[in-house]
Design a protein around this ligand. Sequence first.
Ligand code: 13P
Length: 251
Amino acid sequence: MLIAGNWKMHKAAPDEARALSESVVDAVGAPEVQVAVCPPFTGLAAAAEALDGAPVHLGAQNMHAEGEGAFTGEVPAGALRAYDCRYVILGHSERRAYYGETDDDVAEKARQALRRELVPIVCVGESLEERRDGRAQDVVARQVQTALDGLPIGDPSRLVVAYEPIWAIGTGESAEPEQAQEMHAFIRETLIEQHGESVGGAVQILYGGSMKPHNAEALLAQPDINGGLIGSASLEGESFAGIVEAGEQVT
Ligand code: 13P
């Protein structure tokens, strides 16, 4: 079980990132599940200091697929490792929608993340229109297949997949637990087809989209929901810790 906070473009200044990291460390105590926070790049150094020795991992929200070069404004995987990042979120729907990231981009980044010993948290999920048209599984299958086909994973702990239906992100309307479970089971089958039972059967699949302390337990109790990728509820230590506690209840 992994509960990861995606701070998006919040708490980006060092002081803010430090304060929220400290508050998360205080609030989660000695968690019985895996916990991570993913600040913006400019908050990583301060967050890394605040998390030093604490049972909370660090992650980033994006990276470039190349190791270095003339890519103005971009950040390579190696630099994230230097901040002790364990995770990197890839292919979030906001990056796909606002910055034109494609499945192929996500595939290249995921390959590079693995090379640099980062654990990619690969985000997939359909829009409301795609769900209404009955295409949700087709869309998610394409995203998973393109991003992860042929990826040399080897060990299931080297990859995390996050199912984030776009219609549930930032809307306060989470997917129903059974509805999310249905898609998670489908993603699980797809991962097993791609990577075999021993890897595909054990990769953590997180749910993201308006997960809050009040609805987390029902979602996390589903058999193929192995954690959460939390947006707005990760921006305060107490609410994030409430979701961590829900995870502890069901494990
Ligand atoms: P919210 O929890 O704010 O809906 O955001 C979810 C998300 O996009 C996490 O990556």
